[in-house]
Design a binder for this molecule. Sequence first.
Ligand SMILES: NC(=O)c1ccc[n+]([C@@H]2O[C@H](COP(=O)([O-])OP(=O)(O)OC[C@H]3O[C@@H](n4cnc5c(N)ncnc54)[C@H](OP(=O)(O)O)[C@@H]3O)[C@@H](O)[C@H]2O)c1
Length: 271
Amino acid sequence: MTTGYRLAFIGGGNMAEALIKGVLASEAPVTPEQITVGEPDASRRTYLADTYGVATTDDNGTLLARADLVFLAVKPHLVEPVLVPLQDHVTDQHLIISLAAGVPLTRLQAHLYADSKVVRVMPNTPALVGQGVSALSVGPGVTDKDLLPVQEVLGAVGLVVTVAEAQMDAVTALSGSGPAYVFTFIEALADGGVQMGLPRATAMQLAAQTVLGAAQMVRDTGTHPAQLKDMVTSPGGTTAAGLSALETGAFRGVVMAAVKAATERGRELGA
Ligand SMILES: NC(=O)c1ccc[n+]([C@@H]2O[C@H](COP(=O)([O-])OP(=O)(O)OC[C@H]3O[C@@H](n4cnc5c(N)ncnc54)[C@H](OP(=O)(O)O)[C@@H]3O)[C@@H](O)[C@H]2O)c1
C-alpha cells in the first residue's frame, strides 16, 4: 500500500464528494489533512470542510502546491478554462487525473506542459454509494507505480479497470450511461408489477432488490449469466413465459443497440 500522497480536487461537486467520502471511509492511508478541494462556491466549500474535515480554497493555483494527485472534477466544458491558468503550476511531481467525460488525453496534455503525466477516468454514479466502476486510460510516461494511489482512491468507491483510450467511448456507453438503462429497467419491472396488482412501493422494492441480487450473483459467482438464467427457468414454467415475452420484444437486441447508439454519440461529441 502507498502512503503519504496528497490529493487535490479541482471542482467539489458530486463526483469529487463521492471519491472523498469513499477514500476517507476506506482502508486507503488517506486522512482529511491530505485532501484539498478547489471550489468556487463558498457554501459548497463550507459544506465539504465541515462534513469531511478537508481543506478548501477558491484558488486552484495554490491547490497544486499542496498536491501530488490532482483530480480534475469539473464539467467537461470547463476543462480548458480551468487548466490553462494552471499551466505554470503543474510540475513533474503532479499526476493529473481527469474525470471529464469525453475529453481525450491529447486535449488534456495540450493544455499542460509536454511531459505532464495524465490519466483519464470514466467513473459512474453508483460511486456515490460505493458501488461504482471506473475505467482508466493512461497517458505517456505514467508508470504502474504512479497508478497505485489512483487505483486506491478509485477503488474506494468501486471496481477499477484499465482500458485502451480507444475503448473509452464504449466504456462510457456501457458503464457510464448504463445506470440510466438499469434505472429504466427497474422502473419497467415495477410498472409490470403494478399492472399485475402490486402496490407501487412494494413493486419498487422487489424490482430494485432483484436487480441488485442478480448483479451480485453474476459478479460474485463468476457464473455466466445465461447459466444462472437457465437455473431459474423450469420447463413450461413462469420464468420461461416471461423470457419468451422479452425475446418477442427483442430485449437483448434493444439493449445492445443502446450501447451501440451511446458509443456512436460519444464519438460524435468527442470529434
Ligand atoms: N457524476 C457522474 O456520474 C459522472 C460520471 C462520469 C464522469 N463524470 C465527470 O465528472 C466530472 C464532475 O462531474 P460532477 O457530476 O461531479 O459535476 P458537478 O457536481 O457539477 O461538480 C463540478 C464542480 O466543479 C465546480 N467548478 C466549476 N468551475 C470551477 C473552477 N473553475 N474551479 C474549480 N471548481 C469549479 C462546480 O462549482 P459550481 O457548481 O459552483 O459551478 C461544481 O461544484 C465531469 O467532468 C463529469 O463528466 C461524472
